[in-house]
Design a binder for this molecule. Structure first.
Ligand code: R1P
Ligand code: URA
Length: 278
């Protein structure tokens, strides 16, 4: 472990945040976040310079790859799984980037709605939390350009704090009292398409930051969020996506998320001087 100061928000003497491991100038205002390192590397292959020389892997396994896409600075951050990892990622990146942030999650999910295995879902909301309208629309249009209409679904996401019990999976080794989870969610939130583990907290954190009562109202520090998810698991018929389809989805959706993130208007306060990509 590196030496850090400030128990409230620990950083190293070099200014690196405690878990994600990055410092000012290493993360762009435009970010694609994914769960695993291999998806991050697939996306990084689409950057103007591949492989990018700007890679930070933290002791806690966050992987940050920064470069340019069509000339615009972008970071790809692999965070792992679950609510806590989103919280570490959003707070710690916010602490080292000036100006507006735009974050798109490119994830995998299970379907409990009309979405089919191997399709794409672009959730406008997750439970009661919402995507940024502009970023969601931009992302949806980029996804529609790359997938035929019947393969794209819009609706709500149900983010859960585990893959198994809280997504209603059954396991002979554990009594999880979860037999009605899926029917409960689809009854209370009938627009629900997907189950996964990060989108609701991502949307919720953007809202918590943007609506902070003490925040200066110029929106300079706002966070725009959206998500696109590849449907891996079909919870209606127990089907699971094939590796070939995943390769296709990652390439097409990868291009779509990068196009959307560089096209969105952002108030980037940072000066390029001193950043790794300058
Ligand atoms: C579970 O297999 C993981 O896959 C989904 C879930 O949200 C969870 O993180 O997303 P990623 O593929 O982006 O990790
Ligand atoms: N990720 C999840 O969280 N759930 C699924 O069913 C598939 C991917």
């Amino acid at each position: 472990m590196k030496e850090v100061a400030d128990a409230n928000f620990p950083k190293t003497s070099e200014g690196r945040v405690y878990h994600v491991g990055v410092k000012r100038g290493e993360v762009a205002n435009r970010i694609i976040t994914v769960g695993d390192h291999s998806r991050a590397k697939v996306l990084a292959e689409l950057l103007d310079q591949a492989p990018s020389p700007y890679v930070v892997q933290s002791e806690r396994n966050f992987l940050t790859i920064t470069g340019r896409y069509k000339g615009v600075p972008v970071s790809i951050v692999a965070i792992g799984m679950g609510f806590a990892m989103v919280d570490f990622f959003v707070r710690e990146v916010r602490a080292v980037v000036d100006g507006e942030l735009a974050i798109i999650r490119m994830g995998s999910c299970g379907t409990i709605g009309s979405a089919e295995t191997g399709s794409m879902v672009v959730p406008d909301g997750a439970f009661v939390y919402h995507a940024d309208d502009q970023l969601h629309k931009q992302l949806k249009s980029e996804i529609y350009k790359r997938f035929p209409q019947p393969e794209v679904y819009v609706g709500l996401d149900a983010s859960c704090d585990s893959f198994y019990s809280s997504q209603g999976r059954t396991d002979v080794n554990f009594d999880d009292y979860n037999s009605s989870v899926i029917s409960y969610i689809t009854t209370v939130y009938p627009r629900t398409q997907t189950m996964e583990m990060e989108t609701a907290i991502l949307y919720r954190m953007a809202g918590a930051s943007n609506n902070h009562p003490l925040k200066d109202k110029s929106k300079k520090h706002s966070i725009k969020v959206a998500a696109a998810m590849m449907v891996y698991a079909n919870r209606k018929n127990n089907d699971f996506v094939s590796p070939d389809r995943v390769k296709f989805l990652e390439k097409q959706a990868g291009e779509a998320v990068l196009e959307a993130i560089v096209k969105i208007n952002l108030d980037e306060l940072h000066s390029e001087k001193g950043s790794v990509w300058s």
